[in-house]
Design a protein around this ligand. Structure first.
Ligand SMILES: [Zn+2]
Length: 315
């Protein structure tokens, strides 16, 4: 390898076309998924518009706009009108997500419909599983999650994404849905970056926290074990959530596994940049594109991001 003065790395940075030719990571809208929240009635969020809730009719209109902009996939979260201890609204054939799926499938058959499979938006206590003696019960929850995934697919979901972090759930969903692609939230951390989402999804736990099932932010080897389990149980895509504080986890998973990798650029990551931009501290577009590029560079194939809609107009 030659050194300076023969080697001058600045030569390839001297113009925009030259930088374009040698760019290693590119943002392509095809790799982005827009999260959407559906509820009985629309409740706009003025400060963080993608974290507002939409009625089924408004959701269809929003999705129509996204398709027009070139967005090809959405991830649906539902907020039911009534909650109970088991979260039975999650697998109700006439539930909010099921109704949204039928409407979207009819109106926009070209749009890929991914659903979040979990119970926390549907349980009165806000936890992701059945509670007994103050503890989230793993094995009792699996059947409810599987019923939820099946009912989503029956209503029109193309892909299901279990996000609960119970052990063994991918195996049961896989057995029930042999033909359906599964995006496993394999390494979902008990993160402080979910704040705006919890308000939108109304899923903050009424007591305790999620550290008994979501991962400890300090661990990366454990994330690889979670991924390994999900591969063995039949996942098609492995997802890491959040994204920006966990780029090393994405990189480690990229090096270990050949499955497509997803990253969830969560609401807190989005809100931080929005808030800083609103104060004039950052340029939102530049900071967003740099953040999303970093997530791709770390190894993500697909990215769930609240910037997907804005990205469509920026690209
Ligand atoms: Zn949950």
């Amino acid at each position: 390898m030659s050194a300076f003065p023969v080697t001058r790395l600045r030569r390839l940075r001297s113009s925009a076309p030259l930088r374009g030719l040698v760019r290693e990571t590119r943002l392509d809208l095809d790799a982005f998924v827009m999260p959407l929240f559906v509820a009985a009635a629309t409740e706009r969020n003025e400060e963080l518009p993608p974290l507002g809730r939409l009625s089924v009719d408004d959701l269809v209109e929003e999705a129509r706009g996204l398709v027009r902009l070139g967005v090809s996939a959405v991830l649906l979260f539902g907020i039911p009108e009534a909650k109970d201890d088991e979260g039975s609204g999650a697998w109700d054939d006439d539930g909010i997500v099921q109704r949204a799926l039928r409407a979207l499938k009819t109106e926009l058959p070209e749009l890929l419909l991914i659903t979040d499979v979990c119970l926390c938006e549907y349980t009165a206590h806000g936890h992701c599983g059945v509670i007994r003696d103050g503890e989230v019960q793993n094995d009792e929850t699996l059947d409810l999650l599987t019923r939820t995934a099946v009912s989503h697919v029956e209503a029109g979901a193309d892909v299901v994404a279990p996000s609960d972090m119970m052990d063994g759930r991918i195996a049961l969903v896989r057995e029930a849905l042999p033909q359906t692609p599964i995006i496993a939230y394999s390494a979902k951390y008990a993160s402080a970056f979910y704040g705006p989402f919890r308000e939108a999804a109304e899923s903050a736990p009424a007591f305790g926290d999620r550290r008994g099932y979501q991962m400890d932010p300090a661990n990366v080897r454990e994330a690889l074990r979670e991924c390994e389990q999900d591969v063995a149980e039949g996942a098609d895509v492995l997802m890491i959530k959040p994204a920006l504080p966990y780029l090393d986890v994405l990189r480690a998973a990229r090096e270990r596994f050949d499955l497509p990798l997803g990253a969830y650029n969560v609401s807190g990551e989005y809100a931080m940049v929005k808030a800083a931009a609103a104060k004039g501290f950052l340029d939102e577009r530049a900071a967003a594109i740099e953040s999303l590029t970093a997530i791709k560079r770390a190894g993500a194939d697909l990215v769930v991001s609240y910037w997907t809609k804005e990205l469509a107009s920026w690209l």
